[in-house]
Every structure is written in structure tokens, then in C-alpha cells.
Ligand binder design. Structure first.
Ligand code: 13P
Length: 246
């Protein structure tokens, strides 16, 4: 099933979360042929869970720590998220890589913890502008995926991947659907080549300046299996339009 996910990033208080979900639910109540996911801040998980638990909308987090418990001030474990009804978690978002210095090795450990704990990770990959201009898009994406999946190669069906070119995030300048398609196909071919048990269950989402006007064009591409939406997902009507755009 296609996966359309919101990534609210550091937006929305719990009160705003309640208002958003109350507006959003009626707009998508009849949509059953695609998965809808809200990746909300940790502080909104409780209220979101209460409102979503009897619906078909899934709940996601935006980060997780790999240790199961202990003296890791400020961190949140897989078990804590699972207990709040979370089924997905974004791992390795470019903002975590470039603002918070998250390294490939950390991302790999987080993926391992998610798979161990039964949480489905959405691994984010994507090149920066200077890398794209230097013709390094495929090399960067391949390296990020290989390092993130190191020792997990035979379990790639348990994760989804978001291709989010860094230059397209929050810039109003998305990749063209055709350019994104080429990278998505490359990612699937790579997964096929590294996973002996490959079953094609990884969905490859596109993220970066998706809006209600362009969402349908991305979803026409054969290897674009969903969308990860930042800015436009902050408005329940705009996000509902994206969900309904194909
Ligand atoms: P924008 O939709 O704001 O470009 O953000 C994309 C993103 O980073 C989703 O994870």
C-alpha cells in the first residue's frame, strides 16, 4: 500500500495537535486504500494516540535512541514509543544528520534497535546541493544506504526509505518527478542487489517541497511509493489534499 506521511518536525503543541487531528480526520475518513501516517513531536504522541487509536491513521515519531534504557538524559527508547502506540519512526533525517551531527553508524544502530523492537523505520537519505552539482547523487545515496543497513542487509523489507534531496527540503524547489523516479529506481535496484531475501516490501517515499499541487505528479511515477511531507503537512486541509491527490 502507498504511504503518505506527515513530518511535523518541531511544530505543534499538544493543544494544536488536538485541533489539527480533529480537523484532519473527517477529511480522510473514507481513504482506506493508502496508509496515512502522522510523525509528530514526542510531546504530541499521547494526545495524538488518544485521537487516532480507533482510526486507520498511523502514528509515527521523528527520532529514537538505540539503547533500551538507562542513563541517557533526554533520549527516548523504542519501547517507550511502542507503548504510546507508535508504529513508525523516522531515522536519519537530514536535519538530524546536518544540524545534530548524527552519523551513519548511529543511524545503523537506531535501525537495528527498531527492527529488534518491532518498530518500522523510515530511513532518510539524500544528497546536498554541492554533491548533486558534482554528479555525486547516486554515490551519496548508495553510501548512506549501505552504511545505514550494514549487517541488516537481509532485513531491508522491514524498513521504508525516504529519498529527500537536502536542497529540496523546505526550499519550495522540489526535485522533478522524473529525476526523483530515477533515484527511486536506483534505490530499489540497490536493495535487490544487497538483500538475498529481497521481497520488494520497502516503500521508497519522496520528500522535499511536496505540496497539494505537485503531489499527484510524484505519485504517477512507478517507483515512488509514497511521500514524506514537511511544511505542507502542517495544514490539515493541505495535507488531506495531498493524501487525496492520486
Ligand atoms: P518540506 O516538505 O518542508 O520540504 O520537508 C520535507 C521533509 O523534510 C520531510 O521529512
Amino acid at each position: 500500500m502507498k504511504l503518505i506521511s506527515a513530518n511535523w518536525k518541531m511544530n505543534m503543541t499538544p493543544t494544536q495537535t488536538r485541533d489539527y487531528i480533529t480537523k484532519f480526520l473527517p477529511l480522510v475518513k473514507d481513504v482506506k486504500d493508502r496508509e496515512i501516517l502522522l510523525c509528530v513531536p514526542y510531546t504530541s504522541l499521547c494526545v495524538a494516540y488518544d485521537l487516532l487509536k480507533d482510526t486507520h491513521i498511523k502514528l509515527g515519531a521523528q527520532n529514537v535512541y538505540y539503547e533500551p534504557k538507562g542513563a541517557f538524559t533526554g533520549e527516548i527508547s523504542v519501547a517507550m514509543l511502542k507503548d504510546l502506540g507508535v508504529s513508525y519512526v523516522i531515522v536519519g533525517h537530514s536535519e538530524r544528520r546536518w544540524i545534530f551531527g548524527e552519523r551513519d553508524e548511529t543511524i545503523n544502530r537506531k535501525l537495528l534497535a527498531c527492527l529488534d523492537g518491532g518498530l518500522r523505520p523510515i530511513l532518510c537519505v539524500g544528497e546536498r546541493l554541492e554533491e548533486r552539482e558534482a554528479g555525486l547523487t547516486f554515490k551519496v545515496v548508495e553510501t548512506q544506504i549501505r552504511l545505514a543497513l550494514s549487517s541488516l542487509e537481509d532485513h531491508t523489507d522491514m524498513i521504508d526509505i525516504a529519498y529527500e534531496p537536502v536542497w529540496a527540503i523546505g526550499s519550495g524547489n522540489p526535485a522533478t518527478p522524473e529525476d526523483a523516479q530515477i533515484v527511486h529506481k536506483f534505490i530499489k535496484d540497490l536493495l535487490k542487489s544487497i538483500n538475498k531475501n529481497y521481497q520488494g516490501k520497502t516503500r521508497v517515499l519522496y520528500g522535499g517541497s511536496v505540496n497539494p499541487q505537485n503531489a499527484g505528479e510524484f505519485m504517477k511515477m512507478p517507483d515512488i511509493d509514497g511521500l514524506l511531507v514537511g511544511t505542507a503537512s502542517l495544514d490539515p486541509e493541505a495535507f488531506a489534499k495531498i493524501v487525496n491527490s492520486f
